[in-house]
Design a protein around this ligand. Sequence first.
Ligand code: SF4
Ligand code: SF4
Length: 162
Amino acid sequence: MTQPFWKMKTLSQLSKPEWESLCDGCGKCCLIQLEDEDSGMRLHTDVTCRLFNADTCRCGDYTNRKIRVPDCVILDPVNVTQLDWMPRTCAYRLIAEGKDLYDWHPLVSGDPMSVHNAGMSIRNQVVSEDDVTEAEWEDRIVEWPGEGDDDELEDGDLEDEA
Ligand code: SF4
Ligand code: SF4
């Protein structure tokens, strides 16, 4: 049986459509993160970039994202291996680390909603940075599924609850 493209190719070998389809749509990379001063640990909040659309769980202007939000990091096969703040469940990170995609990834399930139904996205559970003050960010630290210290995920650990 022919293997799917993400098992056959490295990230740098992917075509543009393959690269784009690898994003599971979790939205976790669009969350504002804080750094613990003592431990240096990265902490997620439930506050998103102002361009994030919480209903679609996608960037509100993906094509122009770098123009609209200069801090937005455009992922590529090189930087994805260097960005230690990328979510642990991020498909790009998983593939870069030689791991497989989870069952709930839309490419595996064939269902674009499976990432949401499995509880692995931030869809409709977040606020925009436009709606909270920076002083409030500390009160909005949350642990997202798959991102906690105890979440030593192995391939397939997270069952698709859809
Ligand atoms: S964390 Fe990775 S898989 Fe999730 S939305 Fe961001 S780029 Fe896509
Ligand atoms: S500009 Fe778009 S892709 Fe970049 S962080 Fe903001 S919402 Fe996410």
